[in-house]
Design a protein around this ligand. Structure first.
Ligand code: AHR
Length: 327
C-alpha cells in the first residue's frame, strides 16, 4: 500500500515545493500526522528479566501518554517469532516498526522487506550486526561494551592490593545477543591487563534467574574455589545468590558478585550486601522512542545512534538510591 502511494506522495511534494508551500515533514498532504493517526509495531524480546518487564511497561506507558497506537508482540526470546511479528507489522502497513533484536545476526532479509515497504525501523536496546545501516533509521540503547568495561574496572580496583589469582565465573546472557557479546568483550578487555584475573568458566544463563541459578549450581561443583561471579544481568546474579546460599556459602562475602542492570531486586540485594557492584543499564527507553517515532513520521532527521545515560552502584550507593528507584 505504502509503495503504491509513494509516487503519488512524491508528486505531491514536488507540487508543494513548486508552489512554495512544501512541508518540512511527512504526514499527509493535509499536514503533519496527528499522534492519534500514527501506528507503531513493537516486537519485544520477551519477558525474561526484571529489566525487560520494566522496559515493556515504560514503552507501553510512553506511547499511551503520547496518544500513539502501539501494537505489541512478545517473541518469547525466539528470533523466528520476532521475524514473524515484523512481517505481520509490514503487512498491516504500520507507520514505524521498532524492535529489540533477540540476537545480533540474521536480520537483513526481513529488514529489507520493511525497507521495500517504506516502513522505517528503529532498533531499541540491542544492536544488529548488519553491514547495511540503511536497514534502520536509528538505534536507541546502551553502550554494552562500556558496561562490561565498568564491571571490569571495579574488579581490578577491588583486587588492586592482591597478587593472588582471582577465579571468575561469567554468567553470559543469551548466546548471540548484543549485550552478552559486548558485556563479555568489555570485561575481558579490562581484566586482560593483569593475568591474575582468570575467567575459569563462562556459560549462558539466558538472562533469566532460573538460568543463573542452574548454571551456578553446576559450576560451583566443579569450581569450589571461585572468587567472583560476573553476571551479565541482575536476574542471573540473583539466581547465583540462591545457588551460593544453597551450597552453604555467603554471597557477596565468600564469592563476590558483579551484575548489570540495577533493577529494584538487584539493588536490594546490593544494599543487603549479597551483590558487590552493579553497572546500570536503563530500561526507560519509552519517551525517547516516542520522540524518534514522531520525528520519523514527520520526516525529520533523527540521530543514527542514541546512547542511553547510565551510572554504576556500590553497596552504599544502592542503600541511598533504593527509595527512589522506579523499576
Ligand atoms: O538487552 C538488555 C538486557 O536484556 C538486560 O540487561 C537484561 O536484563 C535483559 O534481559
Amino acid at each position: 500500500m505504502k509503495k503504491i502511494l509513494a509516487p503519488i506522495a512524491a508528486a505531491g511534494a514536488v507540487l508543494l515545493a513548486l508552489t512554495g508551500c512544501a512541508q518540512s515533514g511527512g504526514g499527509s498532504a493535509d499536514g503533519p500526522k496527528d499522534p492519534s493517526e500514527i501506528i507503531v509495531g513493537f516486537a519485544q524480546v520477551g519477558a525474561e528479566s526484571g529489566w525487560r518487564t520494566a522496559n515493556t511497561k515504560d514503552i507501553q506507558a510512553a506511547f499511551e501518554d503520547a496518544g500513539i497506537e502501539l501494537k505489541f508482540s512478545d517473541a518469547q526470546q525466539k528470533q523466528e517469532n520476532q521475524i514473524q511479528a515484523i512481517r505481520s507489522y509490514i503487512q498491516q502497513g504500520v507507520d514505524v516498526i521498532a524492535f529489540s533484536p533477540v540476537i545480533e545476526s540474521g536480520w537483513d532479509a526481513v529488514l529489507k522487506e520493511a525497507k521495500d515497504a517504506e516502513i522505517p525501523v528503529v532498533l531499541t536496546d540491542r544492536a544488529i550486526d548488519s553491514t547495511d545501516d540503511s536497514l534502520y533509521v536509528s538505534f536507541l540503547g546502551s553502550d554494552f561494551i562500556e558496561e562490561g568495561k565498568k564491571a571490569g574496572e571495579w574488579l581490578v580496583e577491588e583486587y588492586s592490593s592482591s597478587t593472588e589469582p582471582v577465579n571468575i565465573i561469567q554468567l553470559e546472557g543469551t548466546t548471540g545477543a548484543a549485550p552478552a557479546l559486548d558485556r563479555a568483550e568489555g570485561f575481558a578487555d579490562v581484566i586482560a591487563a593483569d593475568d591474575k584475573f582468570q575467567v575459569v568458566e563462562s556459560q549462558t544463563g539466558d538472562f533469566t534467574r532460573a538460568g543463573g541459578k542452574q548454571v551456578t549450581e553446576a559450576l560451583l561443583k566443579s569450581n569450589p574455589d571461585v572468587d567472583v561471579i560476573y553476571a551479565h544481568n541482575d536476574d542471573m546474579g540473583l539466581g547465583a545468590i540462591e545457588a551460593i546460599e544453597a551450597a552453604g556459602m555467603v554471597p557477596g562475602t565468600d564469592i563476590k558478585i558483579i551484575t548489570v542492570d540495577a533493577v529494584k531486586d538487584g539493588m536490594q540485594a546490593l544494599a543487603d550486601g549479597k551483590i558487590n557492584f552493579i553497572v546500570e543499564c536503563s530500561p526507560l527507553l519509552g519517551n525517547q522512542l516516542v520522540e524518534i517515532v514522531e520525528k520519523v513520521v514527520a520526516g525529520e532527521d533523527v540521530e543514527k545512534r542514541i546512547i542511553t545515560e547510565e551510572t554504576t552502584f556500590t553497596q552504599e550507593q544502592a542503600v541511598e538510591a533504593l527509595p527512589d528507584r522506579k523499576y
